[in-house]
Design a protein around this ligand. Structure first.
Ligand SMILES: Nc1nc2c(ncn2[C@@H]2O[C@H](COP(=O)(O)OP(=O)(O)OP(=O)(O)O)[C@@H](O)[C@H]2O)c(=O)[nH]1
Length: 301
């Protein structure tokens, strides 16, 4: 009798600890059916405990993860390890009742009860952490002023594009006499021009290509699947649009500032071993365009 009482006390203590836990705690049996679903799990997944007991765990996983998860649990059941953190390198998602995916961290452990293996998963919602990491990634890759990819991001992307067999062209672009723009319209006016140019270039060059800000008034475009004639045409089209003010762009307070740009063009050739060869030739083209009077397009090679 005393033993029964002790057991009841211990069970109710266990229940209150599990229910007060901040993390979702779910237990499944050998057939992957849910045997325990605490309050935090109700909050995380949007289901009531009554709905979930005896349900297969798969209900809480995005369809694409279900098969892999079953294999993972089988393998874990056979391994001598008693607890482990589920894959920390790849993001793991749970599936909310409303169909949305929830990024989670999962610690899983197993116990053997009467010869049968049971698993307990402790699941933490890491939505805030994931948002923060994504934000930091974005900030590290994007130029604040224009919203374009920055030099580092461009180098990464361009290098991987260079590895493919596809034709590739580079436009090296530099706004003309930008110091004069700053001197005449102030640094803020200069910033407005940079933002305007970024927006017009992105629209004119097209979403299938990459436009990035290398720094200052220097920009670059990587044109994918584009040969020399097409690259020259895109460059000339952009130069002319800017020079003729043939674009619709909403300037801040309608204070449109005239500007022009010079462009150097280089096309990937069989002799190009690295992206840096191509970028160097585009730079030489840009230098030539400046030498020859600015507001021009020059190609090298
Ligand atoms: N407003 C603004 N100015 C910048 C920024 N970054 C660089 N600059 C300015 O850009 C100007 C670049 O001047 P230069 O390199 O002499 O070239 P330029 O006057 O454009 O002359 P060319 O390139 O030879 O046509 C400098 O005055 C920099 O201060 C920026 O983010 N905002």
């Amino acid at each position: 009798m005393l033993l029964m009482h002790d057991l009841e006390v211990s069970t109710s203590r266990f229940r209150s600890v599990v229910d007060a836990a901040y993390d979702a705690i779910i237990t499944i049996d050998q057939q992957h059916h849910i045997t325990l679903f605490n309050r935090a799990a109700e909050g995380l997944f949007g289901y009531d405990q009554e709905e979930m007991l005896d349900q297969p765990l798969e209900v809480l996983l995005p369809p694409a993860a279900r098969e892999g998860h079953r294999g993972y649990v089988h393998q874990f059941a056979r391994s001598p390890v008693r607890s482990r953190q589920m894959d920390e390198r790849n993001r793991i998602y749970g599936l909310h009742k409303d169909g949305s995916r929830i990024p989670v961290e999962i610690a899983i452990s197993k116990i053997t009860v009467n010869g049968l293996v049971e698993f307990t998963a402790i699941i933490r919602d890491i939505t805030d952490k994931v948002h923060l990491v994504d934000l930091l990634h974005r900030q590290a890759a994007v130029d604040d002023l224009t919203g374009l990819p920055n030099r580092r991001e461009f180098n990464d992307v361009a290098r991987s594009l260079f590895e493919t067999e596809n034709p590739l062209s580079i436009l090296m672009m530099d706004l003309d006499n930008f110091k004069l723009v700053n001197d005449t319209y102030g640094h803020e006016g200069g910033d407005d021009v940079l933002k305007a140019f970024a927006s017009i270039a992105r629209e004119t060059i097209g979403k299938e290509h990459i436009v990035a800000r290398l720094g200052g008034e220097e920009f670059v475009a990587c044109l994918i699947n584009t040969n020399k004639e097409e690259a020259l045409q895109i460059a000339e089209n952009l130069r002319k649009k800017i020079s003729d003010r043939d674009f619709s762009y909403s300037w801040p307070e309608d204070r449109a500032i005239p500007f022009t740009l010079s462009i150097g063009v280089a096309v990937k050739g069989t002799k190009d071993r690295e992206m840096s060869n191509l970028l160097r030739r585009a730079d030489e083209g840009l230098y030539l365009a400046k030498e020859n009077g600015r507001n021009r397009v020059e190609a090298i090679g």
